[in-house]
Design a protein around this ligand. Structure first.
Ligand code: ATP
Ligand code: MG
Length: 304
């Protein structure tokens, strides 16, 4: 088997009395979208800073592509990291910002993977506008374009949707989907289970520096999660969904249906509804999923 893209063993980081990261072991395999999930101060940024060589562990091992991480080690050239706020020159265009930043690295802009970076970032003609006219979400997408210029195999993103509105969050989510379609591996942090659930294949839950749980996203939330669905013909949808092998129960609630699933993916529900010619208005996890995350954290508080 090939080496994991990222692996840590007993990783610790202390800041004086504070154990920011306490004995954390995990690994990320090629092609995964791996989420670090935890509340404020959990230690997410500290882990990502250690992985990018910005901070040294107090104890434990840390490897990228099978090799130990040291400040400015060669593997970091294969990583695109957005751990600090991306800064740009506001009175220059997005394109010129990319070019100047790239050339500051001492290589010709012709060698950058510009077409792909722009296609994934999806800024279209705005790339020629001054950055000071950009929204927060556009700046974030320019930050992605900048990372992608060097064709990174691994992307490390600290709260990539922080400070964005719901529309912008959706765009970043789609952008991460395009990245992984291209074969990149992604490690990101987030406060929101909902977000991790939508973009990640795997996740680790961390609190007070300690690992609370890890696994595939469906393992973490329990594959028996409930889903709220609204359609244009509720009675027909109820019959269709109840007949699916992955569905254990369907109940009417308000204008919609609450569907309890045994296994399978929520997209199966959407497919069954649209195949039957019904219109899907809403499909979302019920509050239960957020509860699963809070339960994990609460269980840890009791145990420690
Ligand atoms: N340079 C530092 N000096 C002292 N303490 C620090 C330093 N960096 C982080 N910490 C502390 O380490 C703990 C973990 O911080 P970290 O920033 O990694 O959390 P986080 O999970 O990224 O939180 P957030 O969701 O708020 O970004 C916190 O208690 C924080 O105050
Ligand atoms: Mg943080």
């Amino acid at each position: 088997m090939s080496d994991p893209i990222v692996s840590t063993e007993g990783l610790c980081k202390r800041f004086g009395e504070v154990k920011a990261v306490d004995d954390v072991t995990f690994s990320v395999e090629r092609g995964q979208v791996y989420g670090l999930l935890g509340p404020n101060g959990a230690g997410k940024t500290t882990i990502l800073r250690m992985l990018t060589g910005l901070e040294r562990p107090t104890a434990g091992n840390l490897r990228l592509f099978g090799e130990p991480v040291t400040p400015s080690c060669a593997q970091l050239l294969r990583v695109g990291a957005m751990v600090e706020q991306a800064a740009f020159v506001p009175h220059l265009s997005g394109m010129l910002n990319l070019k100047l930043w790239w050339e500051a690295g001492g290589t010709s802009f012709a060698d950058a993977d510009l077409d792909n970076a722009l296609a994934v970032a999806g800024l279209d003609s705005a790339i020629d506008r001054k950055v000071r006219t950009y929204s927060q979400g556009m700046k974030q997408r320019l930050g992605f374009a900048r990372l992608l210029l060097s064709r990174p195999e691994l992307l490390i993103l600290d709260e990539p949707t922080n400070g964005l509105d719901p529309g912008e969050i959706r765009e970043i989510r789609e952008l991460i989907g395009r990245l992984t379609d291209d074969g990149a591996t992604v490690l990101l942090s987030s406060h929101h289970l909902n977000e991790v659930e939508q973009v990640c294949t795997h996740a680790l839950v961390i609190n007070h520096g300690r690992l609370v749980a890890d696994g595939t996203v469906s393992e973490l939330i329990g594959s028996s999660g409930a889903v709220y669905v609204e359609v244009d013909d509720r009675d027909r949808a109820q019959a269709i969904l109840a007949a699916l092998p992955s569905v254990s129960d369907v109940q009417q609630q308000g204008d919609g249906l609450v569907v309890h699933m045994r296994d399978g993916r929520r997209s199966d529900l959407a497919a069954a509804i649209t195949t039957a010619g019904l219109r899907l208005e809403t499909l979302m996890p019920t509050q239960q999923l957020e509860d699963a995350f809070l339960d994990l954290l609460a269980a840890q508080e009791v145990a420690s």
